[in-house]
Design a protein around this ligand. Structure first.
Ligand code: DGY
Length: 324
């Protein structure tokens, strides 16, 4: 049987590629950078399937360039880079990688929370200067974590995992979501509260909502003003959920105490001023970047794509309605 012709928009872990290679000729973007728009449009042409990344905008124009394609498998759980209704209109299946990055992303939210609240990065940078003259009672004082209130915005898979990890820190947990979360309520005695109440009561606000029109700039100047001046914002979801320029202003004016960010409004750029602030810890969208998780993401993306190529419904289909 002739092999399928597949394109991968950037090198991913080998496990997924090995799966694909059994049935497909696989071409991979040879550069260690996202494709330009023109490169993307050229490289999807004539392919049976594509593994795309969150840095590739897969819209109607790309889908038309990929005429005859059997599917796009996104190597990410977030899929705001894919215009799903355009795929549905063209009866092209699209998929994501839910589940396998839940714990790694939740772990990273905690890493950021501790790093910013206990001033780990600032302290590390200071130690490397060689200027530390010994223990001091007022050096690098941060805030407590144990016993404080955690507010989780979006109690889906990742928000739930993040909240459950608070158990060891005896925290009060509040959450906002459209639906009640019985796991959080049973395991932690967590309380579903209106957004405003969560903002007012929480010492740490951890964001776990997908990027949609309704969540774009959910966190803005007005919202920061409703948070405690001692509170920290943690974002491992999508950058545009936070109005980044307004966050910089809020941090400068100590409207809130600090922020731990893994995602940015205009990736790969940060808005001017953000990098100058000491009360921010920033990582380069690496919440899912563990060996195990990235390997599992590659396997999941490949498994989805192979199903699409065989004309089967992929396990993580984002537009199952196309199968009638
Ligand atoms: C995702 O899968 O959506 C993550 O942001 C990738 O790390």
């Amino acid at each position: 049987m002739a092999k399928f012709n597949v394109y991968v928009t950037r090198l991913i872990p080998v496990a997924g590629l090995t799966l694909l290679r059994e049935f497909c000729n696989v071409e991979i973007n040879p550069e260690d950078r996202p494709l330009t728009r023109d490169e993307l449009l050229n490289n999807v042409k004539g392919r049976d399937g594509v593994i795309s990344l969150l840095t590739d905008r897969i819209d109607g124009t790309v889908m038309d360039a990929a005429k005859g394609i059997k599917g796009f498998a996104n190597y990410a759980v977030g899929f705001d880079n894919i215009v799903v209704p355009e795929a549905t209109k063209r009866k092209i299946p699209v998929s994501n990688t839910p589940g396998v990055l839940t714990e790694a992303t939740a772990d990273m939210a905690w890493a950021l929370l501790f790093a910013v609240c206990r001033r780990v990065v600032e302290s590390d940078q200071f130690m490397r200067t060689g200027r530390w003259a010994g223990w001091g009672p007022l050096q690098y004082i941060g805030g407590d974590v144990t016993g404080r209130t955690l507010g989780v915005v979006g109690a889906g898979r990742i928000g739930t995992a993040m909240a459950l990890k608070s158990k060891g820190f005896a925290m009060k947990v509040l959450y906002t979501d459209d639906i009640a979360n019985p796991v959080l309520e049973k395991e932690l005695g967590a309380k579903q509260v209106p957004f405003e109440e969560l903002l007012k009561e929480s010492d740490f606000v951890s964001v776990h909502v997908p990027l949609m029109e309704s969540t774009r700039h959910l966190f803005n100047a007005k919202v920061f003003a409703k948070m405690k001046p001692t509170a920290y914002l943690i974002n491992t979801s999508r950058g545009p959920v936070v109005h980044e320029a307004e966050l910089v202003e809020a941090l400068k004016k100590n409207v809130i105490a600090g922020a731990g960010l893994d995602v940015y409004e205009y990736e790969p750029k940060m808005v001017p001023g953000l990098a100058d602030l000491v009360n921010v810890v920033v990582t380069p969208h690496t919440a899912s970047a563990t060996k195990e998780t990235r390997t599992n993401m590659s396997i999941k993306a490949a498994t989805n794509l192979l199903a699409m190529l065989k004309g089967e419904r992929p396990p993580n289909c984002l537009n199952p309605e196309i199968y009638g």
